[in-house]
Design a protein around this ligand. Structure first.
Ligand code: ARG
Length: 591
């Protein structure tokens, strides 16, 4: 289904042509003066320069030409040469009705599906998930869904950090506690135990303790580094221990992501791509790209026109260890081999920008990816506390993700059960659904690159630009529909455009917004911007609520009009449902 704005623009372009001007001047945009008109065309100003005619003359001629248009009801030429447009309401209502009948509400999926890898989540195994990993998971999940909705083949990969220093730290931390374990005995030749030498709870203690110790105790830190390297080089005891760590930690990560309604198609990690590294580094050397610098192997990536220094990409450390960049490069090698993606989207803290610049440039120089492929780094800002500093627990520690979710749900539960009796289990379930919306919407409604303040009170409020407000609106629509069903079940369904009548201002505003859905969805994909969806549903929810307050839907005696309203708000509800699904949360039936 064509976008409404494009249908209007087609008519305007035809009018420009008919008046003897190039059609390219007939571009149409949403009006920035909604009090005056709904759409506008500013092309007469540009055409005036080319044709040496006064802009207002062009605008007037085009406006006159448009009098016959079926999409446009009213068109005015105003000084110095704006063309103000009001859409034809009959046409608008028919358009909405068609949306209800079309698949995906008339949104057209791409005709050229790409294979897109979305690399997000990026947790580090053996460390509990903390709020630093929240944004990557929340934004990445939404982007994955948006790309899929647009019709692309999307592979969401969690890209576990399962190789780094944290592994050596955990192993050395464990050695402190239980040095007698066979994993630490290099002469051990028997079979290692099948049972892990720690529980999840113990593992969660070991890492922070070891990490703290490494900061005070240089010798411990060096041991952890050496152990990390020996593990990477295949020391059997450490490899066996690593499997235990993975087996205990990964299911817990999965559980945490499940709670966030985040799911990955692929659970690969840095460790999976280590086999590619030797050949890859050799190839970089053979191509004359990698050279030795202070014992390490590096690739120059500075380019002409760079405004700042881009240091060389280190692909191998002097001790032979692989680095973060090496793993990311090898991951591209593997992804090319397995999926041949057309496009890559990486989610990570924006402070990692330099890393990704180095990796992408090296990958291109080495021909690991072809030049036409897009390697996109979407660096997100920091989630801050109310003090404007990175979000911390009350005692200044790193907040665990589970804690953040629990605190949010508790706050919501208070609101849900305030002045009301409700079954406890149901209330908790509802609070969980709303809590997730509060967290995700609070994050996604900001442009990803910006920092934002996690404000529990604001995020959980049922009013204002919040997730709960969106859900509240949806629940309200659901309850109107249920009431209508109960009271008016004998009435036949009515089309949105069943009658020709004058619409109230609130109704018209709601209709116009509803019709913008497919345009919005396209932009959300093109700009890789979940916040566009948030903006849209906030406006849509507001428009619905104004309409609702000014019209008595259930008490309406004109049955046709009432049926049209029911059809319209059903469409609004369905659009809100699709949108929140793209954002990665859902709505309860009551709240
Ligand atoms: N594990 C990394 C971290 O915690 C994030 C991984 C981001 N993705 C990537 N392909 N490098 O910082």
């Amino acid at each position: 289904m064509k976008k409404l704005i494009d249908m209007i623009a087609e008519d305007v372009k035809d009018a420009f042509l008919a008046c003897g001007y190039e059609e390219k001047f007939g571009m149409v945009s949403l009006s920035n003066r909604p009090d005056l008109c709904q759409y506008q065309c500013n092309g007469a100003m540009a055409a005036a320069k080319q044709y040496k005619v006064a802009p207002i003359e062009i605008a007037k001629a085009v406006a006159e030409q448009l009098a016959e248009s079926e999409t446009i009801a009213e068109v005015n030429a105003v000084m110095p040469g704006f063309i103000n447009i009001k859409v034809d309401e009959e046409f608008l209502a028919a358009y909405l009705q068609e949306m209800t009948e079309e698949e995906n509400f008339g949104f057209e999926k791409t005709k050229n599906p790409l294979t897109i890898v979305v690399d997000y989540g990026g947790p580090n195994v053996a460390k509990p998930l903390h709020i630093g990993h929240l944004r990557s998971a929340v934004i990445g999940e939404s982007i994955k869904r948006i790309c899929r909705f647009a019709g692309h083949n999307v592979i969401g990969d969690v890209h576990l950090g399962d190789l780094g220093l944290q592994m050596g730290l955990v192993m050395e931390g464990l050695r402190e506690r239980a040095p007698e374990l066979p994993y630490f005995d290099k002469s051990f030749t028997g079979e290692y135990p099948k049972e892990p030498p720690f529980t999840l709870a113990e593992l969660e203690e070991i890492y922070p303790a070891a990490s703290a110790l490494s900061k005070q105790n240089e010798a411990f830190k060096e041991r952890a580094q050496r152990t990390t390297l020996e593990f990477q080089l295949g020391e059997p005891g450490y490899v066996a221990l690593w499997h235990h760590i993975m087996n205990v930690s990964v299911p817990d990560l999965k559980r945490n992501y499940d709670n966030l309604n985040v799911s990955f198609d692929v659970w690969k990690g840095e460790s999976d791509v280590q086999p590619y590294i030797p050949a890859m580094v050799q190839d970089l050397i053979d191509k004359g790209l990698a050279y030795e610098s202070q014992g390490a192997m590096v690739v120059d990536v500075q380019e002409e026109g760079d405004s700042k220094e881009i240091p060389p990409c280190i692909v191998r450390k002097s001790d032979g260890a692989a680095l973060y960049a090496t793993s990311d490069l090898a991951t591209i090698v593997e992804r090319e081999k397995l999926y041949e993606p057309d496009r890559y989207i990486y989610l990570a803290d924006k402070r990692q920008e330099m890393h990704f610049t180095q990796v992408f440039r090296t990958a291109r120089k080495a021909g690991i990816v072809e030049p036409e492929k897009e390697l996109m780094f979407l660096g997100f800002g920091t989630m801050n506390g109310k003090d404007g500093k990175p979000f911390k627990t009350r005692d200044g520690g790193v907040m665990r993700l589970e804690q953040l979710i629990a605190d949010t749900n508790e706050e919501v539960l208070k609101k849900v059960t305030e002045n009301r009796e409700m079954d406890e289990a149901e209330a908790k379930e509802i609070a969980k659904t709303i809590g997730l919306a509060a967290i995700k919407y609070g994050d996604l409604s900001n442009q990803a690159t910006k920092d934002y303040i996690f404000d529990l009170d604001r995020f959980t409020s049922f009013e204002g630009n919040t997730g709960p407000y969106i859900l509240y609106t949806m629940v309200r629509i659901k309850s109107i529909l249920a009431k209508y069903q109960a009271e008016c079940s004998e009435k036949k369904p009515v089309a949105i455009n069943a009658s020709v009548r004058e619409y109230g201002a609130d109704e018209l505003a709601l209709m116009l917004l509803t019709a913008r859905f497919n345009d919005m969805a396209e932009h959300a994909y093109e700009e890789v911007a979940p916040h566009k969806i948030c903006q849209y549903i906030y406006e849509l929810a507001d428009a619905f609520n104004s309409f609702y307050h000014n019209n008595k839907i259930i008490a309406e005696t004109d049955e046709i009009k009432q049926g049209e309203w029911i059809a319209l708000i059903t469409l609004v509800l369905h659009l809100l449902e699709v949108c929140i699904d793209l954002l990665g949360f859902s709505a309860p039936d009551r709240m």
